[in-house]
Design a protein around this ligand. Structure first.
Ligand SMILES: NC(=O)c1ccc[n+]([C@@H]2O[C@H](COP(=O)([O-])OP(=O)(O)OC[C@H]3O[C@@H](n4cnc5c(N)ncnc54)[C@H](OP(=O)(O)O)[C@@H]3O)[C@@H](O)[C@H]2O)c1
Length: 345
């Protein structure tokens, strides 16, 4: 039998609760011609998955979408054999099919993983879409230069920790914004950011201004809300902002447009200081930049120039609670759930 989490048949709250999801058991999927059955090892939990649920993207009763790292159990799919380790999209599920005719929201073309290139869990992190997000938003869009000041919000998280280190590699002075004190310490002491301020501090805006005495040239936005409001007055003339995500708003009421509201709040400063605002969607960079990204990031990670922290929870049962924590800052590093043994460890 296969176990998976699906959305419960009830109205969604602004943020996930224990009642939002339902654990189901179903017959083990059987691979047809051109398909393979895979056992999920790691489930990637990402903030955008809440958007899928709020927008009703997933069919009723289907496993919740997620990118995964899995092992092939049985294959009729060309190029994939039993035992192969793969990046695929099994969702919040112990097993899943991939290959011909498998269509589900967010389905991505599976690729084989080489454990020699790094821990296989990193295929949904620094060596996967998260790493590409940071690479595209920081290196390709914001283009920090030596001597500039770059600010990154959600700085200890999956994307933020990488984005900040990339700005440092480009020679910028990097200031992180994070929550708990231990996250701020990690960002400066382990990742080498030049400073990190806590958005939980009552003097947050003043702390940020003090940490950016030469203003802000690059802002990598993961959060929005009060965090954006604190960065806004610090923008220098010609600054660049990459709008990667607005996690503070993912519980906003339906029909509100957080991006439009943020851009409206910033409009006067953007105009008078010639600030460039670029929206970031990682999917736009896969075809043109993934190969180069994997070469660059693989080398930086192997050389220890980009370090990367994961927060790995254990067991399929923990997924809903882990997901709810991710949206509220309970994760410390990129959030994953391990649902079966990792044969490379
Ligand atoms: N544009 C794209 O293609 C793309 C791709 C991937 C991800 N993203 C976006 O990138 C952002 C980061 O994603 P991630 O997967 O790396 O998650 P993450 O940063 O690992 O986890 C989310 C973090 O956001 C912070 N946060 C949550 N609510 C907050 C609030 N109200 N105020 C301040 N900080 C808050 C928390 O950190 P603290 O405890 O430090 O506050 C939390 O740990 C998200 O906005 C996501 O949607 C965009």
């Amino acid at each position: 039998m296969n176990r998976f989490w699906t959305l419960a048949d009830r109205p969604l709250d602004p943020w996930p609760t224990p009642e939002t999801f339902e654990l189901r058991t179903a017959a083990m999927p059987v691979p047809g011609p051109g398909q393979a059955l895979t056992r999920t090892i790691y489930v990637s939990l990402d903030p955008y998955q809440w958007g899928y649920k709020k927008r009703g993207v997933e069919p009723a009763g289907a496993p919740c979408h997620a990118r995964t790292v899995s092992q092939v159990v049985e294959s009729q799919m060309e190029g994939f054999a039993a035992g192969d380790l793969v990046f695929n999209t099994n969702g919040w599920s112990e097993y899943g099919l991939m290959g011909a005719g498998v269509a589900r929201p967010g389905y991505m073309i599976p690729r084989k993983l080489d454990p020699a290139l790094g821990r296989i869990s990193q295929a949904v992190g620094v060596l996967g879409m998260l790493g590409l997000t940071a690479y595209a938003g920081m290196i390709l869009q914001a283009e920090p230069k030596a001597g500039e000041t770059a600010v990154v919000s959600a700085a200890s998280g999956g994307v933020g920790q990488i984005a900040g280190q990339l700005a440092r590699l480009r020679g910028a002075r990097v200031v992180g914004i994070a929550g708990r004190e231990e996250k701020c310490r990690f960002v400066t002491e382990e990742l080498g950011f030049d400073a990190c301020v806590s958005h939980l501090s009552p003097t947050f805006a003043a702390d940020l201004a003090a940490a950016c005495p030469a203003g802000v040239d690059v802002y990598f936005e993961n959060v929005g809300g009060a965090v954006f409001d604190a960065v806004l007055p610090l923008f220098n003339i010609g600054a660049r902002m990459t709008l990667c995500g607005l996690i503070a708003h993912y519980g906003d009421a339906e029909g509100t447009d957080a991006r439009a509201a943020l851009v409206a709040r910033g409009a006067e400063i953007f105009r008078t200081r010639n600030v460039t605002v670029k929206d970031l969607f990682v999917g736009d960079f896969v075809a043109g930049h993934e190969a180069q990204f994997l070469r660059d990031m693989g080398a930086w990670a192997a050389a220890g120039q980009v370090r990367y922290r994961e927060d790995i929870r254990q067991g399929l049962e923990t997924i809903p609670a882990a997901f709810a924590e991710l949206l509220k800052g309970g994760n410390f590093g990129k959030m994953l759930v391990q649902v079966s043994p990792d044969p490379t460890l």
